[in-house]
Write a protein that binds this ligand. Structure first.
Ligand SMILES: Cc1cc2nc3c(=O)[nH]c(=O)nc-3n(C[C@H](O)[C@H](O)[C@H](O)COP(=O)(O)OP(=O)(O)OC[C@H]3O[C@@H](n4cnc5c(N)ncnc54)[C@H](O)[C@@H]3O)c2cc1C
Length: 274
């Protein structure tokens, strides 16, 4: 019998898992608590402007190969667009000073060797001091791994890591920061082009995935919030959606919790979450 994978949550993580598993031959059933897919990455109709708008600005860097491969798998990679060259204008609001970081279009981080292209008033040695991030473990903090002060930190590292980690950088995971640096800054301008979903988040990253799954006979159910995981020893044996709506799992079935950390910890008490 074909193995069924139940995916809890139809945000971009759940949809990406669903498309990948469906392509690998699994039967997929997506269960989403709300009435729409997309979670924190979606578009909605805004009556005040009479426009369909995104829930927030989302920027991808071209080095994010997982996100690009997901877009490719649902046929919308061309909907992610950006400039050919990775150039970022900066303004220091405190001093009013402006400059442009020009990461170029190479596959190597050649920009650090060119004074005119790197952050003003920084030296090659400042960039070398970031090297420990590249091999930091997941338990290490940024603040214990690299110097969180100085011109390079203030002008590039702090804003970049704040945007990517959503926490004050010294408190952030050095392992995650290292992955960002390896996959973007260290991979040259080719990996740093800013991309946005030209026609909106939902039409580029969400709706095509739901359509693809449904057209291939997989189920995507909305207003279907998982309330409890029934356990049998250390295995999930039942999904309980409340009101007597339960799904018993076969021995080979699997469950993916593609929900935010707090929701996952509520469903699976004792789960260690970020
Ligand atoms: C304003 C804003 C701007 C952002 N900008 C960027 C950016 O520029 N670049 C970037 O890379 N990222 C950005 N992000 C982050 C990005 O949106 C998220 O990392 C991503 O959308 C998370 O996807 P997810 O599927 O993991 O989680 P979510 O999107 O949270 O999806 C989880 C889904 O699970 C559902 N769910 C929860 N509990 C249950 C349950 N018990 N049963 C069934 N379903 C359940 C939820 O309803 C939700 O649909 C931004 C986020 C916001 C809000």
């Amino acid at each position: 019998m074909q193995k069924t994978v139940h995916i809890i949550g139809a945000g971009i993580s759940g949809l990406s898992a669903a498309v990948r598993l469906a392509n690998a031959g699994y039967k997929v059933a997506v269960h989403e608590a709300t009435q729409q897919a997309g979670g924190r990455c979606r578009s909605y109709f805004d009556a005040a402007t009479n426009l369909t708008i995104d829930n927030g600005n989302h920027l991808l860097l071209s080095g994010n190969r997982h996100a690009l491969s997901y877009a490719r798998s649902i046929g919308t990679e061309a909907g992610l667009v950006g400039p050919a060259r990775a150039q970022f204008p900066f303004v220091d609001l405190a001093s009013g000073r402006r400059w442009q970081l020009d990461l170029g279009d190479s596959r190597l981080p050649l920009w650090v060797f060119d004074e005119a292209r790197r952050v003003p008033d920084t030296t090659l040695r400042d960039y070398l001091a970031l090297a420990p991030l590249a091999w930091a473990g997941t338990a290490a903090l940024v603040g214990n791994t690299i110097p969180c002060k100085g011109t390079l930190y203030d002008r590039l590292v702090q804003p970049l890591l704040l945007a990517a980690l959503n926490v004050d950088p010294p408190e952030g995971s050095a392992g995650l920061a290292g992955a960002i640096v390896r996959e973007t800054l260290l991979a040259g301008g080719q990996a740093c082009r800013p991309l946005i979903a030209r026609d909106g988040l939902s039409s580029v990253l969400i709706e095509p995935a739901v359509k693809l799954l449904q057209e291939r006979g997989h189920s995507v159910q909305f207003s279907h919030e998982l309330r409890t995981l029934g356990m049998s020893g250390d295995r999930v044996s039942e999904l309980d959606f409340g009101g007597g709506d339960k799904i018993e799992l076969a021995a080979d079935d699997a469950v993916v919790l593609a929900v935010p950390p707090r929701a996952a910890a509520t469903l699976l008490p004792g789960l260690k979450t970020p």
